[in-house]
Design a protein around this ligand. Structure first.
Ligand SMILES: O=C[C@H](O)COP(=O)(O)O
Length: 253
């Protein structure tokens, strides 16, 4: 059975005091997470250890890094290796967010390397994909997103692929307040699952969690998450407000 996941992406926001207060406020809420439900907080690098300590021992709650480097170690000033993340207990990394693809030129090939090193160290990648507005307007979003999966993931074995979580984030819906309709989200998620099924078979596709990201908030989470192929969300802005994110967690199916 695939996991239903509410993942917060704080991006480059909050001071450590604000981050601690936010985590405390969310964790203090009584959540009854089912065995197939998870909550993930992707926090800035300087806060990983603090956040990891706060969720220590909490079932199905994980802290994630927002990026990692593709090399094991060495002279790569400013970069963070998966071994470093692992050494402080981090087991999830967000990869290929559209902001990293756009501002830091992350290519599908580089992301394939990052996926590989995460899996080598038993770290779960949340692999982001999604099309820009011009591709959506041209109606070629299905091919565009399938190519991102093919070039970054399809070298993996079926066993490896099942350790990857996919997050579909249409770029035109990120931070814009313009959410894909639940029907648009379902359509793309079903397409991605069909692409996975073609490559890896129905069982692997059915077991892969596919999150939706792009202006998810308390008011629309339930409707979006209720779609059969949507397995939760990767949430930016609304994850910075405790009550909003708590409602989003409680909207998981
Ligand atoms: O990683 C999260 C996504 O970029 C969505 O951000 P947003 O919820 O602020 O639109």
């Amino acid at each position: 059975m695939r996991k239903q996941i509410a993942a917060a992406n704080w991006k480059m926001n909050l001071t450590i005091k604000q981050g601690e207060a936010l985590l405390d406020a969310i964790i203090a809420q009584p959540h009854s997470l089912g065995a197939d439900q998870q909550v993930v907080f992707a926090v800035p690098f300087p806060y990983l250890a603090m956040a990891q300590q706060k969720v220590e021992g909490k079932n199905n709650v994980f802290i994630a890094a927002q990026n990692c480097y593709s090399k094991k170690s060495g002279a790569y000033t400013g970069e963070t290796s998966v071994e470093m993340l692992q050494s402080i207990g981090i087991s999830v990394v967000v990869l290929g967010h559209s902001e990293r693809r756009e501002y830091f030129n992350e290519s599908n090939q580089l992301l394939a390397d990052k996926v590989n090193i995460c899996l080598e160290y038993n770290i779960t990648p949340i692999f982001c994909c999604g099309e820009p507005l011009d591709i959506r307007e041209a109606g070629t979003q299905n091919e565009f997103v399938a190519k991102q999966l093919e070039e970054s993931l399809f070298h993996l074995s079926a066993e490896q692929l099942q350790k990857v979580v996919i997050a579909y984030e249409p770029i035109w819906a990120i931070g814009t307040g313009k959410t894909a309709t639940s029907a648009q989200a379902q359509e793309m998620h079903a397409h991605l699952r069909a692409v996975l099924a073609k490559q890896y078979g129905e069982e692997v596709a059915a077991n892969t969690s596919i999150l939706y990201g792009g202006s998810v908030k308390a008011g629309n989470a339930k409707e979006i998450f209720s779609q059969p192929d949507v397995d939760g969300g990767l949430v930016g802005g609304a994850s910075l407000i405790a009550d909003e994110f708590v409602t989003i967690i409680n909207s998981l199916k």
